[in-house]
Design a protein around this ligand. Structure first.
Ligand code: PLP
Length: 458
């Protein structure tokens, strides 16, 4: 397609008149139209006017290998030529899905027994919820069904996963959350700690509150607790010291399963293969997606440990089938691209790379944290955030009507950088292949956006 200004306009019009956008204010979209992205180059994407942007968010926290990796394109093309589709119902398999399942078990942070495949993080978490319910029914504990999630956790948008998500915008007017889905405190020390409370004391208080909540609900009714090792869409909340250790002690005491949602953290983002390793989680079920294929094709996975697998196996034998699965579970093209992605991580020593770059990334964030308009800078590995606030107390915020976060993200875009505003929190999650020079350039552009923002709010 040629990119004359007429064809650009025509395409934008097609979009505005035909496309109901994901996570977009539909009313505002009708007026402002789309940002049309036409191609990718390494850590950059290019719009329909030829403007290039450093993608500081890897798209939606997923394009870990950037936007033009030739090995992934080739793996996909080859898979499309060989077996473009087959399913995994009724004992059917394909070489890529079997290899990918084995590979994921080998990489798992704790011993896992089987891997189930889906297409998105939401589907993976929905599948995990159904497996938990199935598991306790199989064990003859049909009353043990509640799932505890956290305020500001993000687990997706399907009916069950949106119920687990702890953000008001995902519940309002969708008649969610479902019953059985509960939320406990967000572990954001800077915002939620009491005056003078240490991270450890804060973690103890949250674990005690969880304990009390489980006791109040009745331990026989609580099946699982789901957590992202680092909360992503809720604002990149890095857990306070000792948090997961104390939370897991409570779960163990009440025989409550742990589901680790590694949809963002998985595959190196926090500096280890899994966020569970960085923060000491020992999950019974692990969900992952996004960087599993570097975002190039839709695929997600649910790993279950032997305890869950044994009951799923017994119950599917009793009922005649495990009545759950998607047309595209274990899609051969998606699995081939995911396998190649994992191979590239290994060949290119991606974990070493994240560990080497992380101090530079975190130091730059801290430097931004000294600005008057930044309340807190936080991060781990190559994921971080700058929370805009008028001071550093953790108790104040810019007026919502000022839309400080979206304004800063817009200024960054004008400077050639994509960041994401989640309320007044600016998230950064660059491709793991970013070089030192590109990282410096990212922060230089962000610095110019901040300069302009500060001039506006002064
Ligand atoms: N879990 C986490 C931690 C996520 O960040 C996301 C998406 O951002 C999801 C689940 C949902 O994934 P999807 O959008 O692929 O359904």
């Amino acid at each position: 397609m040629t990119t004359t200004s007429d064809s650009i306009q025509a395409l934008r019009q097609l979009d505005t008149q035909s496309h109901l956008h994901a996570y977009t204010n539909a009313q505002a979209h009708a007026e402002q139209g789309p940002l049309v992205v036409v191609r990718g180059h390494g850590v950059e994407v290019e719009d329909d006017q030829g403007r290039r942007y450093i993608e500081g968010m890897s798209g939606l926290w997923c394009a870990s290998l950037g936007f033009s990796h030739p090995r992934l394109a080739e793996a996909g093309a080859q898979a499309l030529r060989t077996l473009p589709y087959y399913h995994t119902f009724n004992h059917r398999s394909n070489p890529a899905v079997a290899q990918l399942a084995a590979k994921l078990l080998a990489l798992a942070p704790v011993p896992m027994a089987r891997v189930f495949f889906a297409n998105s993080g939401s589907e993976a978490n929905d599948s995990a919820v159904k497996m938990v319910w199935y598991h306790f029914n199989a064990l003859g504990q049909p009353g043990k069904k509640k799932i505890i999630a956290r305020q500001r956790g993000y687990h997706g948008v399907t009916v069950a996963s949106a119920s687990l998500t702890g953000l008001p915008g995902n519940h309002a007017d969708f008649d969610l959350p479902l019953p059985r889905m509960l939320h406990v405190d967000c572990p954001h020390h800077w915002r939620n700690a009491l005056p003078g409370e240490s991270e450890e004391a804060f973690a103890t208080r949250l674990a005690d509150a969880l304990d009390a909540r489980i006791q109040a609900e009745g331990p026989d009714t609580v099946a699982a607790f789901i957590a992202e090792p680092v909360m992503g869409a809720g604002g990149v909340i890095v857990p306070p010291a000792t948090y997961f250790e104390k939370i897991q002690a409570v779960l163990k005491k009440h025989d409550v399963l742990l589901i680790a949602d590694e949809v963002i953290c998985g595959f190196g983002r926090t500096g280890a293969m899994w966020g569970s390793q960085t923060f000491g989680l020992k999950p019974d079920i692990l969900t992952c997606a996004k960087a599993l294929s570097s975002g190039y094709v839709p695929i997600s996975a649910v790993m279950v440990n032997e305890r869950i697998h044994a009951s799923l196996m017994a119950n599917s034998g009793r009922l005649g089938t495990f009545g759950h699965g998607y047309t595209y579970s274990g899609h051969p093209v998606a699995c081939a691209v995911a396998l190649e992605t994992l191979q590239v991580y290994e060949d290119d020593h991606i974990l070493d790379r994240v560990q080497a770059l992380s101090p530079r990334f975190l130091a730059a964030l801290r430097h931004f944290g000294e600005r008057a308009v930044v309340g807190e800078a936080r991060g781990v590995g190559l994921i971080g955030a700058l929370e805009l606030a008028p001071d550093k107390s953790g108790k104040t915020a810019f007026p919502p009507a000022a839309k400080a976060g979206p304004r800063l993200a817009q200024l960054a875009l004008e400077e050639g950088l994509v960041v994401r505003a989640m309320g007044d929190t600016i998230a950064l999650c660059p491709p793991l292949i970013i070089t030192e020079a590109e990282l410096d350039e990212l922060f230089a552009r962000l610095g110019r956006a901040f300069d302009r923002f500060e001039a506006e709010v002064a």
